[in-house]
Design a protein around this ligand. Structure first.
Ligand SMILES: Cc1cc2nc3c(=O)[nH]c(=O)nc-3n(C[C@H](O)[C@H](O)[C@H](O)COP(=O)(O)OP(=O)(O)OC[C@H]3O[C@@H](n4cnc5c(N)ncnc54)[C@H](O)[C@@H]3O)c2cc1C
Length: 554
């Protein structure tokens, strides 16, 4: 009998890699003040790349969370049941302090270390990162109400993962969510219709609905509601201090494009009890401190997704032969891979710079707070906008195999648009950048200080900065031009960071293509004369699995 199922020219599985092992990530970690965390970052990176964690991610995404609205007797329970793999992922994230732990640390670089770990661990499964991110982000908003912060912050920072609906202060650790978006609008939260009526005991009765509330098994949510003196932020626990359930009804779970390991619910507040956070009339001002932190995580998540895509693309190209040569040696593929690598490094570099800005701003550095205000808005817009295109191109490097679920690439592709939609969809992020420029002119100066620091080092960058200044000087049709302005500033910032801190070959390729105009409209259109060997050598560095590889047929 002739062999009918001989498997040849398939690539070995990509397992047992270190998801943190990219020079731009590790250099950023050291540069931004967290060299002390490198061993921990590498350890969680290896865990993320282990067969076990990758399998948890696969299972958590495959076995969707199940909503139970009622028990068998008809009582409302409003609970979501997750696959055990989801809990394993959450446990590792919490044990490693990827959530609120840095807020309790005085150590400079704590937020940078956490950012690097997020980048690495998010590659095991992006879905569960949503509640981890919200639990991180909730702290600055909660601090608008010091008594609540004092009660909850230590539990939010706890490294015990204690799942289940119980009174928050009886638990070993807490997870928090955010509940703003209503049916009639998510970007324009000032139009929220949920109401908050003051009660004699100082709490508020909350009545209304929320169209999106992710991680509905969180211990509490920050929500927005119309109070007598204007829109306000409230803390709503799932379980009240007397042990009874707060009247938070989970109506249904969203049937999402991706991010399925994480549940996102439509909920109703049916005379639920809430505690005011901050002042009435300043709800947006309060919750924006949470939103800003999750925006950082959108940038980190996209950068981690780019690492995943690049790693898979290179791994495939190194092992797959076409027309008598390995893909990685085919010039057209070299251009595609190098272009993807440049995009990834640019994203990682600015992501780590922003994590450093958050860290220093948290410790009172006002200049860094100004820089973060504007740089985060333009970067959230641009890096997250690049995510889907990057994932599509990385997927295509695997050919048909990339279109098949088992490769993991469709999951990556489905995840990417979310990071652009959530916490300020494209236009909203770009318009927020304009708002930052108008309301905090010193933020513009802070970003230009970063650009000017490398003036004269690269003519293409210098020219791009001149164009940017001209753009900002023209206020006509400014909203119509919002995306272009945000993109231009984000590109100048990435270019300046790469020229100043990055690898010279990567910086050269970035400036030639993204700033100098020697580029097409798709990945793989870098100009000639670049050191692609060196660019790919940096990217190859992480692409080889640590373990002995097997072919898929063995
Ligand atoms: C998977 C998932 C999970 C989510 N989880 C949560 C959660 O936990 N909590 C929560 O509160 N929300 C959550 N959201 C909601 C999310 O934050 C909103 O979908 C998002 O803010 C956009 O709001 P919207 O859907 O109402 O769209 P709209 O506000 O209606 O916006 C639609 C489009 O119009 C654009 N737009 C808006 N304003 C302007 C303008 N002035 N000029 C030009 N264009 C504009 C936007 O960029 C967008 O492209 C989640 C969403 C998803 C997809």
């Amino acid at each position: 009998m002739p062999p009918t199922h001989e498997v040849t020219n398939q690539v070995p599985p990509l397992v047992d890699f270190d998801a943190a092992d990219h020079p731009a990530l590790l250099e950023g970690l050291r540069r931004e003040g967290a060299a002390w965390a490198e061993d921990d970052v590498r350890a969680i990176g290896r865990h993320a790349g282990s067969a076990q964690a990758q399998e948890w991610g696969r299972l958590a995404e495959l076995r969707h969370p199940v909503l139970h609205t009622h028990d068998r007797y008809g009582h409302r329970v409003d609970e979501v049941e997750y696959d055990p793999a989801y809990h394993e992922l959450m446990r590792v994230a919490v044990v490693n302090g990827l959530h609120a732990t840095p807020w309790q640390s005085n150590r400079p670089g704590a937020h940078v270390a956490r950012a690097a770990k997020m980048l690495a661990w998010g590659q095991a499964d992006p879905g569960h990162i949503c509640p981890i991110s919200m639990t991180y982000a909730v702290v600055p908003a909660l601090r608008h109400q010091p008594d609540l912060a004092a009660a909850y912050e230590p539990l939010l920072a706890s490294t015990d993962y204690d799942f289940g609906l119980r009174t928050p202060n009886t638990k070993r650790g807490l997870i928090a969510g955010m509940s703003m978006t209503e049916k009639q609008g998510g970007s324009d939260v000032r139009a929220n219709t949920t109401t908050a009526t003051p009660l004699s005991d100082g709490t508020f009765r909350i009545v209304g609905h929320k169209w999106f509330t992710s991680a509905p098994m969180s211990d509490f949510f920050l929500t927005l509601a119309q109070a007598p003196d204007g829109l306000a932020c409230f803390l709503l626990p799932r379980v009240l201090p007397d042990g009874t359930r707060n009247a938070i009804r989970l109506q249904r779970l969203k049937d999402k494009l991706g991010n399925r390991s994480n549940a996102s619910a439509e909920i109703e507040y049916d005379e639920a009890v809430g505690w005011l956070v901050g002042e009435q009339g300043r709800g947006v001002r309060t919750i924006i401190d949470m939103v800003n932190m999750t925006r950082l995580d959108c940038v980190l998540g996209t950068s981690g997704g780019m690492l995943t895509g690049l790693r898979n693309a290179i791994h495939h190209a190194r092992h797959r032969s076409v027309f008598g040569a390995k893909l990685v040696d085919q010039p057209a593929m070299v251009n595609v891979l190098a272009d993807l690598a440049v995009e990834t490094e640019a994203a990682l570099t600015v992501a780590m710079r922003l994590a450093g800005a958050v860290d220093r701003a948290t410790r009172g550095d006002e200049q860094e707070a100004l820089f973060r205000r504007l740089a985060l808005a333009v970067t959230k817009y641009w890096v997250c906008k690049r995510g889907p295109a990057h994932a599509a191109e990385a997927l295509e490097c695997l050919g048909g195999n990339g279109y098949v679920e088992e490769s993991g690439m469709p999951r990556l592709y489905r995840e990417m648009p979310l990071l652009s939609i959530w916490e300020g969809s494209g236009n909203v992020a770009a318009l927020d950048a304009l708002r930052a420029m108008a309301t905090a002119p010193m933020a513009v100066a802070a970003v230009f200080a970063e650009l000017d620091a490398v003036h004269g080092a690269d003519d293409r960058l210098d020219q791009a900065v001149i164009v940017l200044r001209k753009e900002l000087g023209d206020l006509d049709d400014i909203q119509y031009r919002a995306r272009h302005i945000a993109e231009t500033m984000a590109l100048c910032l990435q270019g300046a960071l790469l020229v100043r801190h990055g690898d010279p070959a990567v910086a050269d390729a970035f400036c030639a293509s993204r700033l100098g105009g020697e580029w097409g409209r798709a990945f793989g259109t870098l100009p000639r004369g670049l050191d692609t060997d060196r660019i790919l050598a940096r990217a190859y560095h992480f692409a080889e699995p640590n373990s002995n590889s097997r072919t898929s047929g063995s």
